[in-house]
Ligand binder design. Structure first.
Ligand SMILES: C[S@@+](CC[C@H](N)C(=O)[O-])C[C@H]1O[C@@H](n2cnc3c(N)ncnc32)[C@H](O)[C@@H]1O
Length: 271
């Protein structure tokens, strides 16, 4: 990773592929609907900041083809390597990827029709600064689109203490790295502060009853467990016990998992 004061609490590169694919399975429908509402269309020049392994970046590349192009940016070399390999393997010619911080993406200012991020701002120590950089990339008449979570919002039906503890620990991991795991709640206000007079806003919260996606809370906890142990936030024994109970809970089809509630905000930049 290159210079940034908040450290990403989850795995990157090859180890991140499985979890980010499932993240996209869970949140992808809502994200695609958001991007379509925001006006994503063929021929556009698009940037995906904090693109991870590029799942949604490549969906956008397909949607805007053949004339449109997308730049994915991520601070992690491992994520960008996975995204690039994936793009080449799938034959995409209109998707390119670069390693940079969201605070200074290196992309051309004022040149993008649409600039987007998902689950990026929550990991930063200064989300507003990154959103300002994203806004600067948008050309007049273009659209800034951002969605991010509130990780104190997940709940299960019926309620379950292990599920709650999983997200409690995840939020503590975020706090220990100066991240903003409730940034979704601040997103609308940040758009106003950037000068967007009437941002569009929606709240969505996916619910899962079965399948691999139900392992997501467990895998997220597993990925941040080295940090939790290192910081003395939780002991290995507690985490191991919790992981095995979460795995059993995930197999119980009578239990519903409500994932992080997302705030989706989008607005056109005035000419
Ligand atoms: C949870 S992942 C989300 C990836 C992708 N947007 C998605 O929804 O599948 C967050 C991504 O933000 C990246 N990231 C963290 N801090 C960053 C920074 N300062 N600048 C750019 N990317 C950053 C991480 O490397 C990671 O790939």
């Amino acid at each position: 990773m290159i210079g940034d004061s908040s450290k990403y609490v989850l795995a990157t590169g090859a180890e991140a592929v499985r979890r980010l694919k499932v993240v996209n399975d869970v949140h992808g429908n809502d994200s695609r609907a958001l991007l379509q509402k925001a006006g994503l269309r063929p021929g556009m020049k698009v940037a995906d900041i904090g693109c991870g392994t590029g799942n949604l970046t490549l969906w956008m590349a397909e949607w805007i083809s053949p004339m449109g192009s997308v730049n994915g940016v991520d601070i992690s070399e491992g994520q960008i390597q996975q995204a690039s390999e994936n793009a080449i393997g799938l034959g995409f010619r209109n998707a390119s990827f670069s390693v940079a911080t969201a605070y200074d993406t290196g992309l051309l200012k004022g040149s993008y029709d649409l600039v987007y991020s998902r689950f990026l701002l929550m990991h930063l120590d200064n989300p507003f600064r990154a959103l300002r950089e994203m806004s600067a990339l948008v050309k007049p008449g273009g659209v800034l689109v951002c969605e991010d979570g509130d990780f104190e919002s997940p709940f299960s039906i019926p309620g379950n203490r292990d599920y709650e503890r999983c997200f409690e620990l995840y939020c503590l991991a975020g706090k220990s790295e100066n991240a903003h795991f409730q940034v979704g709640l601040e997103l609308y206000r940040m758009f106003l502060d950037l000068g967007y007079a009437k941002p569009n806003v929606a709240l969505v919260q996916p619910v899962i009853s079965e399948g691999e996606a139900k392992r997501l809370p467990e895998w997220t906890l597993e990925e941040c467990s080295p940090l939790l142990i290192k910081r003395g936030i939780a002991e290995k024994e507690e985490i191991d016990d919790l992981l095995s109970r979460l795995s059993k809970l995930a197999q119980d089809r009578t239990v519903l998992f409500a994932m992080a509630r997302m705030t989706q905000v989008w607005a056109e930049k005035q000419a």
